[in-house]
Design a protein around this ligand. Structure first.
Ligand code: ADP
Ligand code: UDP
Length: 240
């Protein structure tokens, strides 16, 4: 499958069309951004690790019955996916309090929530991805009621599958962000990526941060943390 026309360049990936109009090619970049792209850097090897990690996680979710855009990983940097129209909502799930939740609401950091908290944000960089309610999404036509129900259902299933998977690897899944899209038949598919750029992972024993918080907070050795996630995931794959 050859890449054809360039469609879009985002902060972490480039998207291309392919010979097949129902598929597109996603190429992972080394660039890393935080705080709505106010902080930027590029780390050699980051794109490859996110591609490997996201591909492995999407394959696992697909096997577990989650409808996803993922078709196959092509090489170190690229994957083939089903082309979707992205629902302009970022769905965040939180198991433990941290990040903007604590900043916004003044709640204590590191509390385990009695059940997962699902939040919706409008996917709009120019507005700084503001938090929205289901009613905003419905009234402004960003998603239908049926789609929101399905999004929440799939999101909670993904949370429970990934929480168990990472727990086997000695990692706490603190929070993460998902994106969804609609294929040409209107099917809702889990899209985009799931990686240390979009999740918070804490080592169960040491509580070391193994994700983009190392970049956000200048904790150092960002690549080493991403490598550690891939090392544990791939050793599980080798055992399976
Ligand atoms: P951003 O736009 O947030 O800077 P990226 O650099 O990750 O993000 O760019 C990738 C873009 O591709 C995102 O806008 C994402 O919503 C979109 N995307 C992800 N999966 C698909 C897909 N299967 N079909 C079409 N677009 C997709
Ligand atoms: N997240 C993301 N993209 C965003 C915003 C958040 O992938 O544009 C992820 C982030 O990595 C974390 C979770 O969603 O795992 C919750 O993030 P939070 O709201 O605390 O915001 P952040 O600290 O990322 O600004």
């Amino acid at each position: 499958m050859e890449k054809k026309d360039f469609i879009y360049e985002g902060k972490a990936k480039k998207v291309f069309t392919t010979d097949d109009p129902s598929l597109c090619l996603i190429e992972y970049k080394n660039s890393l951004t935080a705080f709505n792209a106010l902080k930027k850097d590029s780390i050699e090897g980051k794109g490859r690790l996110n591609n490997l990690i996201s591909s492995a996680l999407f394959e696992y979710l697909r096997k577990e019955g989650i409808p996803t855009h993922f078709v196959e990983r092509l090489d170190d940097l690229r994957q083939l996916v089903k082309k979707v129209t992205i629902v302009p909502i970022e769905v965040v799930v939180r198991n433990i309090t941290t990040g903007t939740l604590c900043k916004r609401l003044g709640v204590e950091e590191g509390l385990r929530l009695p059940r997962p908290l699902v939040e919706l944000y409008l996917k709009d960089d120019s507005l700084g991805d503001p938090i929205i309610t289901e009613d905003h999404a419905l009234l402004f036509g960003w998603a239908t009621e049926g789609q929101l129900i399905r999004i929440k259902e799939i999101t909670l299933k993904v949370n429970s599958l990934l929480t168990s998977l990472f727990s086997e690897l000695g990692i706490i899944l603190v929070d993460f962000k998902l994106e969804f899209g609609l294929d040409d038949k209107g099917n809702l598919l889990l899209a985009d990526e799931i990686s240390p750029d979009t999740c918070r992972f804490w080592d169960e024993q040491t509580k070391n941060r193994l994700d983009k918080d190392r970049f956000r907070k200048d904790l150092g050795d960002v690549l080493g943390a991403y490598e550690e996630i891939w090392r544990r995931l791939s050793s599980r794959e080798a055992r399976a």
